[in-house]
Design a protein around this ligand. Structure first.
Ligand SMILES: Cc1cc2nc3c(=O)[nH]c(=O)nc-3n(C[C@H](O)[C@H](O)[C@H](O)COP(=O)(O)OP(=O)(O)OC[C@H]3O[C@@H](n4cnc5c(N)ncnc54)[C@H](O)[C@@H]3O)c2cc1C
Length: 494
């Protein structure tokens, strides 16, 4: 008899899981609460401007390529844009750095503009690469909860390099030890934001994230980030996956500790397997209210959230690139406000992403689509309407001062994202964007496994479970969840 699987949610991990299941010959249905696929990776058009709503930086496209290969498709079909530079950094004192897609040029820039020693930077980047290559295959691409998946030469090699991970230091301590100029430290501390963490608390091992942006490069798909969702939906449909939009799952049905199916807003569907792409806390609270909860795991500190402004701006600015960062003068204070005081800082760093500089048609002629992202704490009932107003005023002043132009009169359309919306639109607990934060040495071990230890046939994929937040890790979680499912299925046949 043919097997049937249900995926709860069409975030990137839900889409990737559905492709893997369908390619295995399992009848696969994806139920999505929203009327659009992709979860946080979606896109909206307002008044002639198109805005990627969530991610703007694509790293590790090889995880997408794997899905193309699995479906017998050529990854060359997934066209990437060619950008002038990977990032432009602005400091308040007028120092500007443009990071080109070339490691030597980046080292030159850090040496010439910030006085860093070339050899030190080179050594730092080599170490980031080495650590990434040792750690990723184990901590990112395997289940940490099935030891036999980890054993082997790769584990021995990774353990042999333990001292180089500086397990007792934080990202900031290591960056401060390596670089002379506090601005360089701030640039490298920023990589903690890749998974919504605090660089003064996150372990130094996470400095390896810089490898993905500096040794390699952040990518942008040719049609913008929405292309990621569109192409995975296409692969899923070609593989036979059936989508049910506007149909939230309300219960995962379990009998005798075994999956029986789901109850949605429209009916009951039987299945042999369920993969939940819903936030793990909400999966337990809302879909499995009587199941035993892993309390310690669910109580872990959450990643940060964000306030984002999507502005249609009726002018174009040569000073800005596709990816821009206007750094705050108060690095630690900003992260302390977000993670400890759970408040907005009053002069935070500002990230501006302008896809229309690369993607034709994303803004009317002579105009630009600005996506402005500011770090915010998780939603604890703060006065978000006031925070949004204050942040808007601050951003307009700071960006206006940089560009020598009043910004408010240039804004034709506006949409705003805040932690409340992240929570309701994507079901992210407290509006956290990346699941759990990585603010201590043991965070990696306190993420939920990609399978249930209590319920046969139940698996989990997405940023709130192992291995964590961001597109590459979400794709990896889907792969691990499916590998565990296929392994359990085979063992049950034996
Ligand atoms: C503003 C912003 C900027 C970001 N920038 C980057 C970046 O530059 N690079 C990067 O790599 N990452 C970035 N991220 C993070 C990245 O978007 C996420 O890590 C990733 O997309 C999360 O994928 P996911 O599979 O966990 O699911 P999600 O995107 O969280 O989707 C979950 C889906 O499940 C659905 N769902 C939930 N409950 C139910 C239910 N009961 N029934 C049916 N459906 C349900 C939801 O509607 C949603 O569609 C950013 C995120 C945001 C919000």
């Amino acid at each position: 008899m043919s097997q049937k699987a249900i995926v709860v949610g069409s975030g990137i991990a839900g889409l990737a899981s559905s492709i893997r299941l369908a390619q295995r010959g399992i009848e696969t249905h994806v139920f999505e609460a929203n009327d659009f696929p992709g979860g946080k990776i979606n896109s909206r058009s307002i008044g002639g401007y198109r805005f990627d709503q969530g991610p703007s930086l694509l790293t590790c496209p090889e995880y997408l390529e794997e899905l193309y290969i699995l479906c017998g498709r050529d990854f060359a079909d997934f066209e990437l844009a060619e950008l002038n530079s990977s990032f432009k950094y602005f400091f308040n004192d007028g120092v500007e750095l443009e990071l080109k897609h070339d490691r030597d040029q980046i080292i030159n820039e850090l040496s010439e503009k910030l006085g860093e020693d070339r050899e030190t930077v080179e050594k730092y980047l080599n170490k980031a690469e080495k650590n990434y290559e040792l750690i990723a295959p184990l901590f990112i691409e395997r289940s940490l909860h099935r030891w036999r998946h980890l054993l082997g030469g790769k584990l021995r090699k990774a353990l042999a390099s333990l001292p180089s991970y500086k397990l007792m230091s934080t990202m900031h301590q290591e960056n401060k030890r390596n670089f002379k100029n506090p601005r360089t430290v701030q640039i490298f501390n920023r990589f903690a934001q890749y998974n919504g963490s605090h660089p003064y608390k996150a372990p130094a091992m996470l400095n390896m994230i810089s490898h993905l942006e500096i040794n390699t490069t952040p990518y942008l798909p040719k049609r913008g980030m929405i292309q990621v969702t569109e192409s995975l939906v296409e692969l899923a449909q070609e593989s036979g996956v059936q989508f049910h939009f506007n149909e939230a799952v309300e219960e995962i049905i379990v009998e005798n500790k075994t999956i029986k199916g789901v109850r949605t807003t429209k009916g009951v569907y039987k299945s042999d397997f369920v993969i939940s792409n819903m936030d793990i806390s909400f999966t337990y609270e809302k879909l499995l209210p009587t199941a035993k909860r892993p309390k310690k795991i669910l109580a872990q500190e959450k990643s940060s959230s964000a306030i984002a402004f999507y502005w249609g701006v009726k002018k174009s600015f040569e000073q800005l690139e596709v990816h821009n960062m206007l750094f705050s003068d108060e690095d630690q204070e900003e992260f302390d406000a977000v993670f400890i005081e759970k408040e907005m800082h009053d002069s935070p760093s500002i990230y501006i992403y302008i896809s229309s500089k690369s993607v034709e048609g994303d803004a009317p002629e002579g105009c630009e689509n600005w996506f402005i992202l500011i770090n915010a704490p998780i939603n604890q009932g703060q006065d978000w309407d006031k925070h949004i107003d204050d942040t808007r005023t601050y951003v307009q002043q700071r960006v206006g001062a940089l560009l020598g132009e009043e910004i408010a009169p240039l804004i034709e359309v506006e949409e705003v994202l805040d932690p409340r919306k992240v929570e309701t639109r994507y079901s992210g607990k407290f509006g956290s964007i990346y699941g759990n934060a990585s603010n201590n040495r043991f965070s990696a071990f306190y993420r939920h496994p990609n399978y249930s230890k209590e319920i046969k046939g139940l698996y989990f994929a997405g940023v709130s479970v192992h291995p964590g937040g961001g597109i590459p890790l979400a794709l990896s979680s889907a792969k691990i969840a499916c590998e565990c499912l296929f392994e359990d299925d085979q063992n049950s046949v034996k």
